[in-house]
Design a protein around this ligand. Structure first.
Ligand code: ZDP
Length: 281
């Protein structure tokens, strides 16, 4: 079977051309083996480019490296858009840039646009802010979770929760480098107040338009970048009055530009998507 490796700021994915059938050609168990960095190809997840549905151009499905299936993936959908652009070009149907694809995901229709400079801008849609939508039991279902106390590892953290289709718990700290992420991440991920588990971001506000982020991803652990997490963190920064609606998020793998539009309430993410190699297995 043919595959192609891509990464978005070091958040790396195995991309599969699944355009000929509507179910992924690999199982969740296959995905775990393929993602293994010692016994497999190595990746944070496996992404399938499937035929479109409900009027979209394509459908994205993704398995995390632990085999669980998230609703959305921000860095992943930039990689998917670049992968589709590359597939169409090799079929002789190269798109004239900028070009936007409408992608069906488990979090609704998401629209990544390939730019002339090689970057990909994604209309990530509107964030979900209510506890019942995230989901978390940290507040009543119809309330927001902004600067709420949460006890993890015998310490009280002040957390803000945002869903970008997938759930995120954001904590602002003075120094992200000092956070013992390996130890704390799993305790946030599996905390009983998060029934679908959680992606966990620690954010250091350097300036109102420049934030540093480290992330523990649900189903994948520490990764070098998380697109949905960067979007959720900017939204949390605005909700708590810490940052502007437009900022650079510096992740361990590099920077993403994020904007939460005041006019339409949608979040826009811009960053790279790079092909690494193609192979067969
Ligand atoms: O929600 C989850 O289970 C995440 N692990 C999905 C992947 C998110 C990702 N890092 C992103 O960029 O949004 C790929």
């Amino acid at each position: 079977m043919e595959f192609t490796k891509y990464h978005g700021l070091g958040n790396d994915f195995i991309l599969i051309d699944n355009r000929h059938q509507s179910e992924p050609v690999l199982t969740a168990e296959d995905a775990v083996l393929w993602c293994d960095r010692h016994f497999g190809i190595g990746a944070d997840g496996v992404i399938f480019a499937l035929p479109g549905q409900s009027g979209t151009d394509y459908t994205m499905r993704i398995f995390n490296s632990d085999g669980s299936e998230p609703e959305m993936c921000g860095n992943g959908i930039r990689c998917l858009a670049q992968f589709i652009g590359d597939l169409e070009a090799s079929d002789g149907n190269a798109a004239t840039l900028p070009y936007a694809y409408r992608i069906h995901t488990l979090a609704g229709t998401i629209t990544p646009e390939l730019q002339t400079n090689g970057q990909v801008t994604v209309d990530m849609g509107q964030p979900y802010l209510l506890a019942g939508e995230i989901p978390t039991t940290l507040a009543a279902a119809d309330e927001k979770v902004v600067s709420q106390s949460l006890i993890v590892a015998d310490r009280t953290w002040e957390v803000t929760c945002v869903s970008m289709g997938n759930p995120h718990c954001i904590t602002f700290v003075d120094d992200v480098a000092a956070i013992p992420l390996e130890a704390l991440g799993p305790q946030f991920e599996h905390h009983s107040v998060f029934p679908k588990r959680i992606n966990t971001e620690f954010i250091q506000v350097v300036r109102r338009d420049y934030l540093k982020m480290r992330v523990w991803e649900r189903g994948a652990g520490i990764t070098l970048a998380c697109g949905t997490g960067a979007c959720a963190s900017l939204v949390a920064g605005v909700l708590t009055g810490r940052c502007d609606r437009k900022a650079t998020l510096e992740l361990p793998g590099g920077p993403l530009q994020i904007e939460w539009s005041e006019t339409n309430n949608r979040v826009y993410m811009t960053g790279p998507a790079e092909k690494v190699f193609a192979g067969s297995r």
